[in-house]
Design a protein around this ligand. Structure first.
Ligand SMILES: Nc1nc2c(ncn2[C@@H]2O[C@H](COP(=O)(O)OP(=O)(O)OP(=O)(O)O)[C@@H](O)[C@H]2O)c(=O)[nH]1
Ligand SMILES: C=C(OP(=O)(O)O)C(=O)O
Length: 211
Protein backbone atom coordinates (compact mmCIF):
# COMPACT_ATOMS: atom_id res chain seq x y z
CA UNK A 1 0.00 0.00 0.00
CA UNK A 2 1.37 3.42 -0.86
CA UNK A 3 1.86 5.95 1.90
CA UNK A 4 -1.06 8.36 2.21
CA UNK A 5 -0.19 11.97 1.77
CA UNK A 6 -1.09 14.23 4.65
CA UNK A 7 -2.25 17.78 5.07
CA UNK A 8 -0.76 19.24 8.24
CA UNK A 9 -2.45 22.25 9.84
CA UNK A 10 -0.15 24.48 11.90
CA UNK A 11 -1.80 27.43 13.69
CA UNK A 12 0.44 30.28 14.81
CA UNK A 13 -0.63 33.14 17.05
CA UNK A 14 0.37 36.72 16.35
CA UNK A 15 4.02 37.00 17.41
CA UNK A 16 3.43 39.83 19.87
CA UNK A 17 1.06 37.61 21.85
CA UNK A 18 2.66 34.21 21.19
CA UNK A 19 4.67 32.07 23.61
CA UNK A 20 4.20 34.43 26.54
CA UNK A 21 5.60 31.88 29.01
CA UNK A 22 8.85 31.91 27.05
CA UNK A 23 9.33 35.67 27.20
CA UNK A 24 12.89 36.50 28.30
CA UNK A 25 14.17 32.92 27.87
CA UNK A 26 17.05 34.10 25.69
CA UNK A 27 18.61 37.24 27.08
CA UNK A 28 18.73 40.12 24.58
CA UNK A 29 16.92 38.16 21.89
CA UNK A 30 13.68 40.00 20.98
CA UNK A 31 10.77 37.81 21.97
CA UNK A 32 9.10 38.00 18.57
CA UNK A 33 12.30 36.73 16.90
CA UNK A 34 12.29 33.69 19.15
CA UNK A 35 8.59 32.98 18.59
CA UNK A 36 9.10 33.35 14.83
CA UNK A 37 12.11 31.03 14.88
CA UNK A 38 10.18 28.29 16.72
CA UNK A 39 7.37 28.40 14.17
CA UNK A 40 9.72 28.62 11.17
CA UNK A 41 11.77 25.61 12.30
CA UNK A 42 8.59 23.65 12.97
CA UNK A 43 7.18 24.36 9.50
CA UNK A 44 10.53 23.59 7.83
CA UNK A 45 10.66 20.19 9.53
CA UNK A 46 7.10 19.42 8.43
CA UNK A 47 8.03 20.43 4.88
CA UNK A 48 10.93 17.97 4.98
CA UNK A 49 8.67 15.08 5.97
CA UNK A 50 7.99 12.89 2.92
CA UNK A 51 4.53 11.87 4.14
CA UNK A 52 3.29 15.46 4.00
CA UNK A 53 1.64 16.77 0.84
CA UNK A 54 0.55 20.18 2.09
CA UNK A 55 1.09 22.47 5.08
CA UNK A 56 -1.63 24.94 6.03
CA UNK A 57 -0.39 27.63 8.39
CA UNK A 58 -3.28 29.45 10.06
CA UNK A 59 -2.12 32.87 11.14
CA UNK A 60 -2.89 36.59 11.05
CA UNK A 61 0.76 37.52 11.56
CA UNK A 62 2.39 38.97 8.44
CA UNK A 63 5.93 37.88 9.39
CA UNK A 64 4.82 34.35 10.18
CA UNK A 65 2.87 34.24 6.92
CA UNK A 66 5.91 35.33 4.89
CA UNK A 67 8.20 32.81 6.59
CA UNK A 68 5.63 30.05 6.17
CA UNK A 69 5.26 30.75 2.44
CA UNK A 70 9.05 30.77 2.08
CA UNK A 71 9.09 27.35 3.74
CA UNK A 72 6.54 25.99 1.29
CA UNK A 73 3.31 26.32 3.28
CA UNK A 74 -0.07 27.70 2.24
CA UNK A 75 -1.28 30.43 4.57
CA UNK A 76 -4.86 30.84 5.78
CA UNK A 77 -6.16 33.76 7.83
CA UNK A 78 -6.85 33.07 11.50
CA UNK A 79 -10.61 32.69 11.16
CA UNK A 80 -12.96 32.91 12.96
CA UNK A 81 -10.47 34.42 15.42
CA UNK A 82 -11.81 32.34 18.27
CA UNK A 83 -8.63 30.69 19.53
CA UNK A 84 -6.52 27.65 18.83
CA UNK A 85 -9.19 24.98 18.31
CA UNK A 86 -11.17 27.22 15.98
CA UNK A 87 -7.97 27.82 14.00
CA UNK A 88 -7.40 24.06 13.74
CA UNK A 89 -10.99 23.54 12.56
CA UNK A 90 -10.59 26.31 9.98
CA UNK A 91 -7.44 24.70 8.61
CA UNK A 92 -8.92 21.22 8.61
CA UNK A 93 -11.98 22.47 6.72
CA UNK A 94 -9.68 23.82 4.00
CA UNK A 95 -7.74 20.59 3.76
CA UNK A 96 -9.95 18.90 1.22
CA UNK A 97 -11.03 15.66 2.84
CA UNK A 98 -7.87 13.52 3.00
CA UNK A 99 -5.65 12.56 5.91
CA UNK A 100 -5.37 15.60 8.20
CA UNK A 101 -3.13 16.33 11.15
CA UNK A 102 -3.01 19.32 13.46
CA UNK A 103 0.41 20.18 14.86
CA UNK A 104 1.47 22.86 17.32
CA UNK A 105 4.02 25.39 16.04
CA UNK A 106 6.38 25.20 18.99
CA UNK A 107 8.48 22.16 18.05
CA UNK A 108 11.88 23.63 17.08
CA UNK A 109 13.72 20.31 17.51
CA UNK A 110 11.26 18.35 15.34
CA UNK A 111 12.88 15.69 13.17
CA UNK A 112 10.99 14.91 9.96
CA UNK A 113 11.58 11.16 10.41
CA UNK A 114 9.80 11.19 13.77
CA UNK A 115 6.81 12.99 12.31
CA UNK A 116 6.77 10.50 9.43
CA UNK A 117 6.83 7.58 11.87
CA UNK A 118 3.92 9.01 13.86
CA UNK A 119 1.87 9.58 10.71
CA UNK A 120 2.65 6.03 9.54
CA UNK A 121 1.42 4.72 12.89
CA UNK A 122 -1.89 6.50 12.35
CA UNK A 123 -2.30 4.84 8.97
CA UNK A 124 -1.49 1.43 10.43
CA UNK A 125 -4.01 1.83 13.27
CA UNK A 126 -7.72 1.17 13.52
CA UNK A 127 -9.76 2.75 10.71
CA UNK A 128 -11.79 5.86 11.36
CA UNK A 129 -10.13 6.64 14.70
CA UNK A 130 -8.45 9.92 15.64
CA UNK A 131 -4.97 9.55 17.12
CA UNK A 132 -2.87 11.97 19.15
CA UNK A 133 0.71 12.36 20.36
CA UNK A 134 1.04 13.71 23.89
CA UNK A 135 3.76 16.21 24.71
CA UNK A 136 6.83 15.23 26.75
CA UNK A 137 5.21 15.89 30.16
CA UNK A 138 2.21 13.84 29.01
CA UNK A 139 -0.66 16.21 29.73
CA UNK A 140 -0.62 18.29 26.54
CA UNK A 141 -0.87 17.40 22.85
CA UNK A 142 1.52 18.12 20.01
CA UNK A 143 -0.19 16.21 17.19
CA UNK A 144 -3.79 15.20 16.51
CA UNK A 145 -4.51 13.21 13.36
CA UNK A 146 -7.67 12.12 11.60
CA UNK A 147 -8.24 9.71 8.70
CA UNK A 148 -10.34 10.73 5.69
CA UNK A 149 -14.00 11.16 6.61
CA UNK A 150 -13.33 11.61 10.33
CA UNK A 151 -13.52 15.19 11.68
CA UNK A 152 -10.35 16.39 13.41
CA UNK A 153 -12.41 17.61 16.40
CA UNK A 154 -9.48 19.34 18.18
CA UNK A 155 -9.49 19.71 21.98
CA UNK A 156 -6.17 21.51 22.43
CA UNK A 157 -5.53 23.55 25.58
CA UNK A 158 -4.66 22.80 29.19
CA UNK A 159 -4.96 19.06 29.82
CA UNK A 160 -5.57 18.36 26.15
CA UNK A 161 -4.15 14.82 26.19
CA UNK A 162 -6.92 13.83 28.58
CA UNK A 163 -9.48 15.78 26.59
CA UNK A 164 -8.46 14.09 23.35
CA UNK A 165 -8.62 10.66 25.00
CA UNK A 166 -12.01 11.44 26.53
CA UNK A 167 -13.30 12.44 23.09
CA UNK A 168 -12.39 9.01 21.68
CA UNK A 169 -8.94 9.68 20.23
CA UNK A 170 -6.29 7.05 20.91
CA UNK A 171 -2.75 7.93 22.03
CA UNK A 172 0.22 7.05 19.87
CA UNK A 173 3.00 5.57 21.98
CA UNK A 174 6.16 5.84 19.84
CA UNK A 175 9.54 7.01 21.03
CA UNK A 176 9.54 10.41 19.31
CA UNK A 177 11.36 12.83 21.62
CA UNK A 178 11.69 15.65 19.10
CA UNK A 179 7.98 15.49 18.22
CA UNK A 180 6.94 15.48 21.86
CA UNK A 181 9.28 18.37 22.80
CA UNK A 182 7.05 21.41 22.70
CA UNK A 183 8.64 24.60 23.98
CA UNK A 184 6.54 26.61 26.41
CA UNK A 185 9.17 27.67 28.97
CA UNK A 186 12.89 28.35 29.25
CA UNK A 187 13.37 24.85 30.69
CA UNK A 188 11.61 23.38 27.64
CA UNK A 189 13.92 25.38 25.40
CA UNK A 190 16.95 23.99 27.22
CA UNK A 191 15.59 20.47 26.67
CA UNK A 192 15.09 21.25 22.96
CA UNK A 193 18.69 22.51 22.75
CA UNK A 194 19.83 19.12 24.05
CA UNK A 195 17.82 17.33 21.36
CA UNK A 196 19.16 19.60 18.62
CA UNK A 197 17.37 22.69 17.40
CA UNK A 198 16.36 23.59 13.88
CA UNK A 199 18.64 26.18 12.23
CA UNK A 200 16.65 29.34 12.90
CA UNK A 201 16.19 28.74 16.62
CA UNK A 202 19.73 27.37 16.88
CA UNK A 203 21.14 30.61 15.52
CA UNK A 204 19.38 32.58 18.25
CA UNK A 205 20.29 30.11 20.99
CA UNK A 206 23.94 29.93 19.92
CA UNK A 207 24.52 33.47 21.03
CA UNK A 208 22.46 33.22 24.21
CA UNK A 209 22.32 30.10 26.36
CA UNK A 210 18.83 29.53 27.76
CA UNK A 211 18.39 30.21 31.45
N1 LIG B 1 -3.73 30.67 14.77
C1 LIG B 1 -3.73 30.58 16.11
N2 LIG B 1 -2.77 29.86 16.73
C2 LIG B 1 -2.79 29.79 18.09
C3 LIG B 1 -3.76 30.43 18.86
N3 LIG B 1 -3.51 30.18 20.16
C4 LIG B 1 -2.42 29.41 20.19
N4 LIG B 1 -1.96 29.17 18.93
C5 LIG B 1 -0.80 28.37 18.55
O1 LIG B 1 -0.96 27.11 19.14
C6 LIG B 1 0.28 26.54 19.53
C7 LIG B 1 0.20 26.01 20.94
O2 LIG B 1 -0.23 27.02 21.81
P1 LIG B 1 0.55 27.40 23.12
O3 LIG B 1 1.68 26.48 23.38
O4 LIG B 1 -0.43 27.63 24.21
O5 LIG B 1 1.21 28.76 22.62
P2 LIG B 1 0.94 30.24 23.02
O6 LIG B 1 -0.50 30.49 23.27
O7 LIG B 1 1.60 31.03 21.95
O8 LIG B 1 1.81 30.35 24.35
P3 LIG B 1 1.50 30.98 25.80
O9 LIG B 1 1.22 32.44 25.60
O10 LIG B 1 2.77 30.76 26.58
O11 LIG B 1 0.32 30.22 26.35
C8 LIG B 1 1.30 27.63 19.34
O12 LIG B 1 2.04 27.30 18.21
C9 LIG B 1 0.50 28.91 19.12
O13 LIG B 1 1.11 29.78 18.20
C10 LIG B 1 -4.78 31.21 18.17
O14 LIG B 1 -5.68 31.80 18.74
N5 LIG B 1 -4.71 31.23 16.80
C1 LIG C 1 -2.19 23.98 23.54
C2 LIG C 1 -1.44 23.05 24.07
O1 LIG C 1 -0.14 23.31 24.28
P1 LIG C 1 0.61 23.89 25.56
O2 LIG C 1 0.50 22.91 26.65
O3 LIG C 1 1.92 23.94 24.93
O4 LIG C 1 -0.01 25.23 25.84
C3 LIG C 1 -1.89 21.67 24.32
O5 LIG C 1 -1.09 20.88 24.84
O6 LIG C 1 -3.04 21.35 23.99
Amino acid sequence: MSQPTWTVVVPVKRLAAAKSRLRGALARVPHEELALALATDTVAAVRACPAVAEILVVTDDARVAAAARDAGARVLPDRPGAGLNAAFRHGAAAAGGGWVAGLTADLPALRPAELAAALRAVCAGPPGVRRFVADAPGDGTVLLAAPPGTPLDPRFGVGSAGAHAASGALPLVGNWPSLRRDVDTAADLAAAVRLGLGPRTAALAAARCPA
